[in-house]
Design a protein around this ligand. Structure first.
Ligand code: AMP
Length: 304
């Protein structure tokens, strides 16, 4: 099992879906990534929270084997807060509130014990913060995975392009891939994005699965037809955490292992959407995960 480093938001979220509404609950891309990765490796997280963030939750991450020395606590400041509302189809949402708070001037300082990480997952944060993490690593890691969003493509494109030159895998959704590349067709979009730096491009298609492009090959991962989607928040982050965690567990970066990692990431994400917030991925068993991976196998296997 290889050492894994994760950077991402650890946050309070308030979520509204057509059926449910929460008060402030624990969320954040970094939280989802870490929880998902913790089933395959013992990740280290670098993040920042305010004095209002419950210590018990950090202890919960520690009990899952997550190293948290890199979580800065700013006692007199408030934790990042995000609130979102889903529309009837659950595939679209609007952001109601973004309060950056401690994230506004986040400087991700890596403890020395994190610096020999071989697998790195850069959660959705400003491309400058993502780059600052890579720049503190004395040696080039085996694999750097990055997530980003429309906001950075619109507001910090030059910075994002600089960061893309330093990474290996980008995980991006369909619309963002089109936006970043200026290409409508997904194979064309992936090829264009590869010229920007990442050798591998993963395009997430929401409830329609994901595509992996790299080494001149393509892999198409299906999505499960879930009976009920309760809360899609964090599905993309969970995918990224499962994907990176699995590769770290296998200590491999070849295309065949990446295909399995895409399925594992998809399986982990399918749990996340079954409950509000992070609940569904806090206490999974290896049997539940294996059974879910098997479901992915079953819906795609056929004989001719
Ligand atoms: P996703 O559903 O995968 O897009 O991720 C949702 C998570 O991202 C939520 O838990 C939010 O706390 C977090 N989030 C939303 N906006 C931002 C932002 N600008 N920077 C960092 N994290 C964010």
């Amino acid at each position: 099992m290889a050492k894994t480093l994760i950077v991402g938001s650890v946050a309070f979220d308030a979520i509204e879906t057509p059926q449910h509404k929460t008060e402030k609950i624990i969320g954040g891309a970094g939280t989802y990534i870490c929880l998902a990765a913790s089933y395959f490796t013992n990740p280290s997280i670098v993040a920042v929270v305010g004095g209002d963030f419950p210590k018990e939750y950090i202890e919960k991450l520690q009990r899952r084997g997550v190293h948290t020395e890199g979580v800065q606590i700013k006692p007199n400041e408030k934790t990042f807060f995000w609130s979102g509302k889903y529309f009837d189809n659950m595939n679209q949402r609007e952001t109601l509130v973004t309060e950056l708070n401690v994230l506004g001037n986040f400087d991700p300082i890596l403890p020395d014990s994190y610096k020999d990480a071989e697998f790195v997952m850069l959660g959705n944060l400003s491309p400058q913060v993502q780059r600052r993490v890579i720049e503190q690593l004395p040696q080039k890691p085996k694999l750097v995975v990055l997530d980003t969003m429309d906001f950075w493509i619109d507001c910090a494109l030059e910075e994002l392009l600089k960061t893309l030159r330093m990474i290996d895998v980008i995980v991006i959704n369909e619309e963002e891939a089109r936006h970043l590349s200026g290409e409508y067709g997904l194979p064309q979009a992936a090829r264009k994005i590869q010229t920007m730096g990442p050798r591998y491009v993963i395009i997430k298609k929401g409830s329609h699965g994901a595509l992996l492009f790299g080494e001149g090959k393509v892999f198409s991962a299906p999505a499960l037809l879930l009976e009920e989607v309760i809360d899609p928040t964090g599905a993309g982050d969970t995918f990224a955490g499962g994907f990176t965690g699995y590769l770290a567990q296998r200590n491999a970066t070849d295309f065949e292992t990446m295909k399995s990692a895409v399925i594992v990431g998809s399986a982990m994400a399918s749990f996340t959407v079954e409950a509000m917030g992070t609940q569904a991925i806090e206490n999974l068993s290896q049997e539940q995960i294996s059974a879910r991976v098997q479901e992915f196998r079953d819906i795609t296997s056929f004989a001719i």
